[in-house]
Design a protein around this ligand. Structure first.
Ligand SMILES: CC(C)(COP(=O)(O)OP(=O)(O)OC[C@H]1O[C@@H](n2cnc3c(N)ncnc32)[C@H](O)[C@@H]1OP(=O)(O)O)[C@@H](O)C(=O)NCCC(=O)NCCS
Length: 181
């Protein structure tokens, strides 16, 4: 599914949010490396994560003059059962501040909501990462727990949680809106 960003602040640019394809992998790898440097995913891990979880991963793409897509950000969500984990979210440095991070986050949560088994979305964030922390808190994520050594020495992380708050239909009303047995 593709979503057009309605609230882009990008001058003259319009972004689309869609499922990643294999052809997007080099761009995703570059953005991942620029964002996370020595903590970036090895290529084979990124490749396999996207292969296994593309259906709930998202890329933000801008159309180029040659008609091709330019990937400017990506988000990767994994997990089984009621908990989904947003394990990576990054926007290319030159395209930050245009609303893509929020667009990727919104679409990722939307994809979790579309799956009836998922109740909550979790993620980890470095407490010193002001941009990411502000993005997540303003969206509605709250503190779940803090771990001083989450990724080892001097690598504290806050685990944030977003509850999907599904509306349960009253007893006797099926999910499709019909009542009766
Ligand atoms: C975090 C990140 C994804 C944000 O992407 P972005 O496209 O620049 O963010 P957006 O333009 O959508 O901003 C959405 C909101 O995030 C917050 N935000 C973004 N950048 C911010 C900054 N530098 N300082 C404070 N808040 C910031 C703001 O609340 C902003 O809303 P506003 O513009 O209405 O104030 C981006 O900075 C990034 O890729 N960082 C490196 C990777 C990373 O840290 N990922 C998160 C790992 S947990």
């Amino acid at each position: 599914m593709t979503t057009t960003a309605g609230d882009l602040r990008s001058a003259g640019k319009s972004a689309m949010y869609r499922e990643p394809t294999r052809a997007d992998l080099p761009d995703i790898q570059m953005i991942d490396g620029q964002a996370f440097r020595d903590q970036r995913y090895p290529f084979f891990v990124l490749r396999q994560l996207l292969e296994a979880h593309s259906y709930r991963s998202v890329v933000a793409v801008e159309p180029e003059a040659n008609g091709e897509d330019k990937v400017v950000g990506y988000a990767l969500t994994i997990g089984e059962g009621k908990r989904a984990w947003l394990i990576s979210l990054a926007v290319s440095p030159e395209r930050r501040g245009y609303g893509y991070g929020l667009g990727l986050l919104r679409r990722s949560v939307e994809l979790c909501r579309e799956r009836s088994d998922v109740d909550e979305v979790l993620l980890t964030v470095d407490p010193k990462n002001r941009a990411a922390y502000t993005l997540f808190r303003n969206f509605g994520f709250t503190l779940h727990e803090h771990d001083e050594r989450y990724f080892g020495d001097d690598e504290p992380r806050d685990v944030l949680i977003y509850k999907l708050h599904r509306i349960t239909p009253p007893v006797g009303i099926r999910e499709n809106g019909y009542s009766g047995t």
